[in-house]
Design a protein around this ligand. Structure first.
Ligand SMILES: *Cc1c(COP(=O)(O)O)cnc(C)c1O
Length: 381
């Protein structure tokens, strides 16, 4: 009897490092220090160094990382309520929620269907045509599926026009892009500030919730750190009406174990993606495009198929689990009913056709089995 291939088994992924994780957890318990301790500081330093930025603030989760960034941009006068923020329409809803929470105006831009990131030319065009009217003062780029979404020329033109650039790096820790100078820059170091998520299914996953903010700007770092700790800049001195969004010692200690293995983790995903790219061949399936001068980290391996649901059923009967990221874009969610005008045919067409294949913790043998099954698929219609 053939073993089923799960979409993602965290238990299997963590098994090889379980002893190390337990030892790290034991050390936290023995220390009696659960917040503001050496693990948090060491993790922040390690992540800052991996990204090549001077500042990192560990926080409670990825959504809070984005909330803290946008709140800090407002508190430091870079943004004001009602300002427009360019953001890809096909992102996960967590990219949009902090914008509407702070009464910023998400200006949804269609994605580039080859990268799944924001279409930078369309973003530039919207800024030229509506920048003043919509008071566009920020752009949130989302490195969706682990693929860096960056256009140096557009980014620097926007920046020289006073636009702050934020990265949603929840899915792309360890990814990088090559600048014209030949220098490789990590995601998390490209914009003015970046949000990371360590939700368990992310490439570096906590054993619970965790997140981080990276930035090269001391003012943004200090403001984020203060707001995440009740808004105090020193003990019992509250300069903002803040939140409690701290990273705890237990998650920081566990994350240190995994961050240490970042290259190994990204390498394994790249290896699996390579097998899929080399061996899937089906006229009804569009494979992800490899973007030049880009190291991507394959948070997902998304393929497009007009007969997506039929393909999923075909794989499912062979014991192969798949998932959809994301079936319903933010502008079609009930919480945003009536909120967004305009049409987003590229976003909706991707949502109708996209399906993610298993990419993490899968053996070469199983990867080839999935690739063969996808290659064999023929739609009825
Ligand atoms: C996971 C994710 C988030 C939110 O992170 P959490 O830690 O789950 O709050 C934000 N944006 C994107 C693109 C994500 O994938």
């Amino acid at each position: 009897m053939n073993k089923n291939i799960p979409f993602l088994s965290l238990k299997d992924i963590d098994a090889p490092i379980a002893a190390e994780l337990k030892e790290a957890a034991h050390r936290v318990i023995d220390s009696g220090i659960y917040l503001h301790g050496e693990n948090t500081h060491a993790f922040e330093a390690a992540l800052a160094s991996k990204c090549g930025v001077p500042f990192c603030v560990g926080v409670s989760n990825g959504l809070d990382a984005l909330r803290l960034i946008f709140r800090a941009l407002i508190e430091t006068g870079r943004l004001a309520h009602g300002d427009g923020v360019l953001v890809p329409a096909n992102t996960y809803i967590a990219s949009i929620l902090p914008l509407t929470e702070f009464r910023l105006n998400p200006v949804l831009i269609e994605p580039d269907p080859t990268t799944f990131g924001i279409d930078w030319q369309k973003a530039m065009k919207r800024f030229h045509e509506y920048g003043d009217k919509l008071r566009i003062r920020a752009l949130l780029t989302v490195h969706l599926y682990g693929n860096p979404s960056w256009n140096e020329n557009v980014a620097s033109t926007l920046r020289s026009n006073g636009v702050t650039i934020v990265e949603d790096n929840a899915q792309a820790i360890g990814a990088s892009v090559k600048r014209a100078s030949g220098e490789w820059i990590s995601t998390g170091a490209l914009g003015d500030a970046a949000a990371f998520s360590f939700y368990p299914t992310k490439n570096i996953g906590a054993l619970g919730d965790a997140g981080a903010v990276t930035t090269s700007c001391a003012e943004i770092a200090d403001t984020v750190r203060a707001i995440a700790n009740y808004g105090c800049d020193r003990r019992y001195h509250n300069v903002y009406c803040g939140y409690n969004c701290r990273l705890d010692e237990m998650q920081a200690a566990l994350l240190r174990v995994k961050l240490h293995r970042l290259e190994e983790i990204s390498g394994a995903r790249r290896h699996t993606a390579g097998i899929y790219l080399d061996s899937i061949s089906n006229p009804d399936v569009t494979l992800p495009t490899l973007i030049p001068d880009t190291h991507q980290v394959w948070h997902q391996f998304p393929i497009l198929c007009k007969h997506r649901d039929e393909l999923r059923d075909f794989l499912s009967v062979q014991g192969i689990a798949t998932d959809i990221h994301y079936a319903v874009p933010p502008h079609l969610q009930p919480c945003y009913e009536g909120r967004f005008s305009g049409s987003f045919p590229v976003t909706e067409s991707i949502a109708d056709r996209i399906v993610s294949l298993p990419i993490a913790g899968i053996s070469d043998e199983d990867t080839k089995k999935v690739a063969r099954a996808v290659t064999d698929f023929k739609p009825y219609k």
